[in-house]
Design a protein around this ligand. Structure first.
Ligand code: DX5
Ligand code: ZN
Length: 216
C-alpha cells in the first residue's frame, strides 16, 4: 500500500495548524513541506520557521522538499523530531554526495529529486546511499499544475534498478496527483504520493484523504 503526503503549500496558511491536524487525523502518512526560494524555482513559499510553528500540533511526520539553491546552508534548520525525510534537488547540488551525507549526519532520511527533464541516469552514482528518490511530475514552483505522464517512465526505470540492485529507497512522486490518476501512479510502483491542491482544495478535505488512502 502506498502512502499519502499532502502538501501544505495548498493549505490555508492563516490556519495552518488546524489544517495539518485535520489531514493527519484523517490518515495522511506525512506532511509534505514545500520550501521554495525564488531562485531555484520561480516562487517563494516559506522557510523553517513556519514548519517549526507546526511542531506543537498533532501531525504526521515531515517530508521536507527543498526547492532551493545551496541547500547545505539550510538543511540543519529543517531537522526536528518530526522530520522524517529531507530531499534536495539533483539540479541544485554541485556536490550531491556531500549533501546527502550532510542530511544523513542528522539521522534523518536523505532524498534526492529530479525535475521532469532530468534523466534517472544522473543518479547512477548516488543511488546506493539515498533513502528516497522524488520524481517531479510537474515543473516545480507551483501547486495545481497538470501531471506530466512521461515522468512515469522514470518511475518504472527506478523500480527496475531498485529490484536489480536490491536497493531499498522509497520512490515518491510530486505534482498533479489527484483522485483520478492516483491508482495508476501507485500501480507503477510509487511508494509515496504527494498531493497538494487535490487534498486542500477539496470540499471535504478529510473525506478526500480517506478516499486517496482507499485507492492507493
Ligand atoms: C511543486 C511542489 C508540489 C506541489 C504539488 O513545486 O513541489 O509539492 O505542492 O501540488 P499539486 O498536488 O497541487 O500539484
Ligand atoms: Zn513538493
Amino acid at each position: 500500500m502506498a502512502k499519502l503526503a499532502p502538501s501544505i503549500l495548498s493549505a490555508d496558511f492563516s490556519k495552518l495548524g488546524e489544517e495539518v491536524t485535520r489531514v493527519s487525523n484523517a490518515g495522511a502518512d506525512y506532511l509534505h513541506i514545500d520550501v521554495m526560494d525564488g531562485h531555484f524555482v520561480p516562487n517563494i513559499s516559506f522557510g523553517a520557521g513556519v514548519m517549526k510553528s507546526l511542531d506543537c500540533y498533532d501531525s504526521a511526520p515531515y517530508d521536507v522538499h527543498l526547492m532551493i539553491e545551496d541547500p547545505d546552508k539550510y538543511i540543519q534548520d529543517f531537522v526536528t523530531e518530526k522530520t522524517e525525510f529531507i530531499t534536495v534537488h539533483q539540479e541544485a547540488c554541485i556536490h550531491l554526495d556531500r549533501t546527502i551525507d550532510h542530511i544523513k549526519s542528522y539521522g534523518v532520511g536523505a532524498g534526492v529529486s529530479l525535475n521532469p527533464a532530468t534523466p534517472v541516469s544522473t543518479l547512477e552514482n548516488i543511488l546506493s546511499k539515498v533513502d528516497l528518490v522524488l520524481i517531479m511530475s510537474v515543473n516545480p514552483g507551483f501547486g495545481g499544475q497538470s501531471f506530466i505522464e512521461e515522468t512515469l517512465t522514470k518511475v518504472k526505470k527506478l523500480v527496475d534498478i531498485r529490484e536489480k540492485m536490491s536497493y531499498n529507497w522509497v520512490i515518491e512522486i510530486d505534482g498533479g496527483v489527484n483522485l483520478k490518476n492516483a491508482k495508476t501512479i501507485a500501480d507503477a510502483g510509487v511508494d509515496i504520493l504527494v498531493a497538494g491542491s487535490a487534498v486542500f482544495g477539496a470540499n471535504d478535505v478529510e473525506g478526500c484523504v480517506k478516499e486517496f488512502k482507499a485507492i492507493i
